[in-house]
Design a protein around this ligand. Structure first.
Ligand code: GLN
Length: 448
């Protein structure tokens, strides 16, 4: 299987991988083969997994899609990756991504844009675009992505696969290069729910290295897939009436609700009156946290250092000027601004209060229903060449996904057929915090 995938990755034209771990993957395969013969192999024996290039693997390069980490090698392995390896998964390589996971198109990577396997002129979504494209193009069994504002779910929807953002704290963030720490969560991307449930069983659970990881017991997510439990599903009216929503995606969402009704679930209309505030709240908090997290790339501690620097000041300024791309710089500027002393309360403080209000409102909605259902994205994959006259227009791509990150709740994107253009469509389910198991229960019932 390793040889099979390596052959495919080498021939691949989507630019999904930035590095293949040739020798190592083959060596591991030999060892696991032996273990299989002796019946000592782990739960994931033979599963071949690609990891987004913001997950650390000891003694391997990691770049977060950025020039600024050029040449940097991880000093330790991310806990989620370590847990996969312990169960005999084979890590096949590093996957392309938007620089520092900032984006929805995978066009800001230092390694160039990723192409959508369903149509190479289109973006795969982002920022985990390499992960989504690799899984959709059959270059690995499964991939890990990271989701700060939708970066697992949106590319999953654009590429026609499953993508899960678990409850904040369900997976360890240790060894995940930080973007916005109060939103970041690693997530599995797969072609099927069985693989996803198994990966979650292996990866979830307390990690002493991440104090925000939960010590709640890990459920047997695979057992959820046989469930016939009936639920109440609330559809967010504001998302279906959203002016930017593609009519075909709207219809698919209505069809999904109809299917759920026909299966005996109750479907109710619910309201999130603050829908249009979610994206601005997300971008204020995410850029604030990013400006702080990215302060560490100073040309001294990690990766790239400008060869043109002559003074200490120049080490900082030239390294950062040359090392970061435009979008990352924009976000550092935005974040620094909203945290600056004169504006802190007007922007950051206010966004945090709004975050509390949104969380309370969402919790109230879960008094009325067990799940929230929305389309994953307002539209399907767009052309790689598409120019946005205003960069914040691309931010609106996240309108349906950021709610789960703002509130910390789990959310999954489920493939829901195709648009008339042939491009995939995704439906999103969200559940109360730590109801990841229930998310699997309902997602399984939506399989056709
Ligand atoms: N598109 C969002 C952003 O650019 C989400 C990114 C993410 O989830 N990593 O911030």
């Amino acid at each position: 299987a390793v040889n099979h995938y390596i052959e495919h990755i080498e021939k691949d034209t989507h630019n999904a991988f930035v590095e293949i771990f040739y020798g190592e993957a083959r060596e591991r395969a030999t060892v696991i083969d032996q273990k299989l013969r002796y019946g000592t192999a782990g739960k994931l024996a033979g599963m071949i997994i690609g990891i987004k290039d913001n997950l650390c693997l000891k003694d391997h390069h990691v770049s977060a899609g950025s020039k600024i980490l050029d040449g940097f090698e991880s000093l330790y392995t991310a806990t989620v990756v370590e847990r996969l390896v312990k169960e005999d998964a084979i890590i096949i390589g590093r996957l392309n991504m938007d620089e520092f996971a900032m984006g929805s198109s995978n066009t800001t990577s230092y390694y160039g844009p990723v192409k959508n396997p369903h149509n190479p002129a289109m973006v795969p979504g982002g920022s985990s675009g390499g992960s989504a494209a690799a899984v959709a193009a059959g270059l690995c069994h499964a991939a890990l992505g990271s989701d700060t504002g939708g970066s697992v779910r949106q590319p999953a929807a654009f590429c026609g696969i499953y993508g899960l953002k678990p409850t904040y704290g369900r997976l360890s963030r240790y060894g995940l290069i930080a973007f916005a720490s109060s939103f970041d969560q690693v997530g599995p991307m797969t072609t099927n729910l069985e693989d996803m449930a198994l990966l979650m069983e292996v990866m979830a659970g307390k990690d002493p290295m991440d104090s925000t990881s939960s010590s709640r017991p890990v459920e047997a997510f695979s057992k959820a897939l046989q469930s016939e439990q009936k639920f109440t599903i609330g559809y967010l009216a504001e998302t279906l009436n959203h002016p930017g929503l593609d009519p075909v995606i709207r219809q698919k969402t209505l069809d999904t609700l109809e299917l759920l009704r026909s299966q005996g679930h109750s479907v109710v209309e619910v309201h999130m009156p603050y829908l249009d505030y979610l994206t601005p709240i997300y971008y204020i908090i995410a850029t604030a946290e990013a400006s702080s997290n990215l302060a560490r790339y100073d040309g001294v501690h990690f990766g790239y250092r400008s060869p043109n620097a002559k003074t200490m000041d120049e080490v900082y300024t030239l390294t950062r000027t040359e090392g970061f791309g435009t979008e990352v710089k924009r976000r550092i500027m935005l974040g620094t601004f909203v945290l600056s002393s004169g504006f802190y309360d007007a922007y950051y403080g206010r966004a945090q209060r709004a975050r509390r209000l949104i969380t309370d409102t969402t919790n109230e909605l879960f008094q009325l229903c067990d799940f929230l259902l929305t389309p994953t994205t307002p539209g399907t994959a767009f052309p790689i060449e598409k120019k946005f006259d205003d960069p914040t227009k691309l931010y609106l791509e996240d309108v349906f996904t950021v709610l789960a990150n703002i509130t910390g709740i789990p959310a999954i994107s489920i493939p829901a057929g195709r648009h008339s253009s042939g491009l995939p469509i995704g439906i999103q389910l969200m559940a109360p915090k730590y109801n990841d198991f229930q998310l699997f229960e309902l997602a399984a019932q939506l399989r056709s």
